[in-house]
Design a protein around this ligand. Structure first.
Ligand code: CA
Length: 234
């Protein structure tokens, strides 16, 4: 099963409409009506994407957007009554991947969500260009799509790169196979979750000293995988 789209909206009527349209387009959804609830659900559900209303009863949607972005690498579409150019630009600066002004067309929202997910699947996520782990033993260059191990560039496929990039963006966090499929291969590949295992196996042969006893790509039995490298501080 694919991860759901998290709808953060305190207006229950509006939330119901957004939910109906997203589910009509074959997305699963979960709903949160407060900042607090949104953070809880984002942590437990690991959403595919977030549709975020900025005016929430217990805090600012802007701050929530930043917290969500720290929690994981999923796209956020802001949905808001604020419409000035300055406010839109501020939204993008906080990491929003798209921005819609209310009253928004639910059909347009579905289109924009699909477009944002496609961009994500194509690897244009917002991670740093260079990420270094375990005292420089493993380096990801997300501009060149290159992985280096002990200073030597490795030959990896685009899917392998994307997979490692997704996992390494949140070290220690367990990703389900479904989630990895939807992010690394594109969300249309429902039902192919075991194909991730083959890519992980290949990656282990490239980046691990001992692929049978991996130090970076750990299996979380019955769930998926996590990246256990330690990010180097600059
Ligand atoms: Ca609101």
């Amino acid at each position: 099963m694919l991860p759901p789209v998290l709808i953060v909206e305190d207006d229950t009527k509006l939330a119901r409409i957004v939910k109906a349209y997203l589910e009509g387009a074959d997305f699963r959804t979960v709903h949160a009506s407060t900042v607090c609830e949104a953070l809880q659900k984002a942590e437990t559900e690991l959403p595919l994407a977030v549709v975020l209303d900025l005016g929430l009863p217990d805090g600012s949607g802007e701050e929530l957007c930043q917290s969500l972005k720290e929690l994981g690498d999923f796209p956020v579409i802001m949905l808001t009554a604020k419409s000035s150019e300055d406010e839109r630009i501020a939204g993008f600066a906080l990491g929003a991947d798209d921005y819609m002004v209310k009253p928004a067309s639910p059909r347009e929202l579905v289109c924009r969500l699909k477009a944002v997910l496609k961009r994500y699947a194509a690897g244009s996520s917002s991670v740093d260009s260079i990420s270094s782990f375990n005292s420089g033993a493993l380096i990801l260059n997300s501009v060149r799509h290159q992985i280096s191990r002990d200073g030597h560039p490795l030959s990896v496929t685009p899917t392998e790169f994307k997979l490692l990039q997704i996992l390494a963006t949140s070290p220690g966090r367990t990703f389900t196979r479904d989630e990895l499929v939807s992010r690394a291969l594109g969300y249309q590949f429902e039902g192919y979750d075991r194909s991730i295992d083959a890519h992980i196996k290949n990656l282990r042969h490239k980046i691990e000293n001992d692929p049978r006893s991996p130090q970076y790509l750990k299996t979380v039995y019955g769930v998926g995988y996590l990246f256990a490298g330690e990010r180097d501080a600059l």
